[in-house]
Design a binder for this molecule. Structure first.
Ligand SMILES: [Zn+2]
Ligand SMILES: [Zn+2]
Length: 407
């Protein structure tokens, strides 16, 4: 029997089944019995909350090198004033406690700070040359103190492993920060690493290198390598902003200083509180984006559905922080919405321009995630020549079954 026919039969069965559930559930299609979003997810179960998990306040690195330009309170205020529901200040090896008085004042019912620090295992200062530098950076999310960051001549994989363990010991969870930053974290360093289930598929730092290059996987390809190996890993987008005060934040600064607003996550949770948001991130109940906003997202092991929120997407594309950070693609690239359903080995299982976009999952797909791309001609102050701009949302994988447990 061909797949299409099998799928339509399965679909018919599913629709019948859904009717029964709807009748029993009063119209609420919330999935039940899912241990995690690796099995199923329905955004109708919660509300969407926008947040950034990775940003820096000003500090002196090693006591001498200026790094970042704002106080923690003004960084927090930037996110609050730009429509974010939560933010995490993740300074290099410096813990930010949202309970500090000046940070308490920035928070409200509508905006919270989550404790965090960027564990920065870095040997650039003092002594090491740029080539000899090690740059293993992870976000320790919701810790109660800065985990130790020092290592003596330790392989990258062991440093990553220790970051995860030290973060857990400090009460938090780990997000692996730009894996291609200085090319320091190789796919083999992450493959099979216990406790690793969050990484930055997008990082806005000017040297993050999210794209592929000779000898280097893109972060998207890296994600598929990890998922194909059976790891339950979720993709985060974060701006990694360092500079908030540059005058007008215009052309001459972009590409040199990392500005806020280029990428973020949207978390589906029952309420805006640290436990609810961190729990939802831990469970993969969120999507990552550089501008495309979703209205609904739902999937189980048989079916995946994603729907764009056009008014919210238009609103996000009205921000120069979003558009000026967007990737420029050739002006003749097909414009509009493209949704790709991606499975084992990074294979694109279906490409559609439909909204909502739907896909009937085959157990052999291994896992299914989506990449939602919007190409639009927008003129920004940074464009030297005509180009189109690309905005992307990445949704999390559902596993078709039999994978290893979430660690
Ligand atoms: Zn930095
Ligand atoms: Zn950073």
């Amino acid at each position: 029997m061909d797949r299409l026919r099998t799928d339509s039969m399965k679909h018919a069965w599913l629709i019948g089944m859904l009717g029964t559930l709807l009748a029993a559930n009063g119209g609420h299609t919330a999935p039940s019995g899912c241990a995690s979003s690796s099995e199923c997810f329905d955004s109708a179960q919660g509300r969407w909350f926008k947040g950034n998990t990775h940003a820096h306040a000003g500090m002196l690195l090693h006591g001498v090198v200026p790094h970042g330009d704002s106080s923690p309170a003004s960084v927090a205020a930037w996110y609050r004033d730009h429509g974010y529901d939560f933010a995490v200040i993740t300074d290099h090896n410096r813990f930010t406690d949202p309970a500090e008085a000046e940070l308490e004042r920035v928070q409200s019912r509508d905006f919270i700070l989550i404790p965090g620090v960027e564990i920065t295992s870095d040997y650039r200062f003092p002594g090491a040359t740029q080539d000899g530098e090690r740059a293993i950076h992870t976000t320790a999310l919701n810790v109660h103190d800065a985990p130790p960051s020092d290592f003596a001549n330790t392989p990258s994989r062991d440093i990553l492993k220790a970051h995860i363990e030290r973060t857990r010991a400090a009460g938090g969870i780990t997000i692996v920060n730009p894996p291609n930053y200085h090319g320091e974290i190789k796919p083999a360093d992450m493959l099979g690493l216990e406790g690793l289930h969050l990484f930055e598929v997008f990082n806005g730092e000017v040297e993050a290198h999210n794209d592929a290059a000779p000898g280097r996987l893109s972060t998207d390809q890296l994600w598929d390598a990890l998922l194909t190996a059976g790891m339950h890993v979720y993709g985060v987008a974060a701006d990694d902003a360092h500079y908030f005060k540059l005058p007008d934040l215009t052309t001459r600064y972009r590409g040199t200083f990392t500005l806020p607003g280029s990428g973020w996550i949207v978390v589906n949770a029952r309420e805006l509180s640290t436990p609810a948001i961190v729990g939802a991130i831990d469970q993969g109940r969120f999507y990552a984006t550089t501008g495309v906003i979703l209205k609904t997202l739902s999937y189980d092991r048989q079916h995946y559905r994603v729907e764009v929120d056009w008014p919210a997407t238009d609103a996000s594309l009205a921000s120069t922080f979003v558009t000026e950070a967007a990737r420029c693609v050739p002006a003749n690239r097909e414009h509009g919405l493209t949704v790709e359903f991606i499975g084992r080995g990074g294979r694109v299982l279906k490409t559609t321009h439909d909204d909502p976009a739907e896909f009937d999952i085959d157990p052999g797909d291994g896992y299914v995630r989506t990449r939602v791309t919007l190409v639009a001609s927008l003129e920004t102050r940074l464009d030297d020549a005509p180009c189109a701009h690309q905005f992307t949302a990445w949704t999390q994988p559902v596993f078709t079954g039999g994978g290893p447990p979430h660690t």
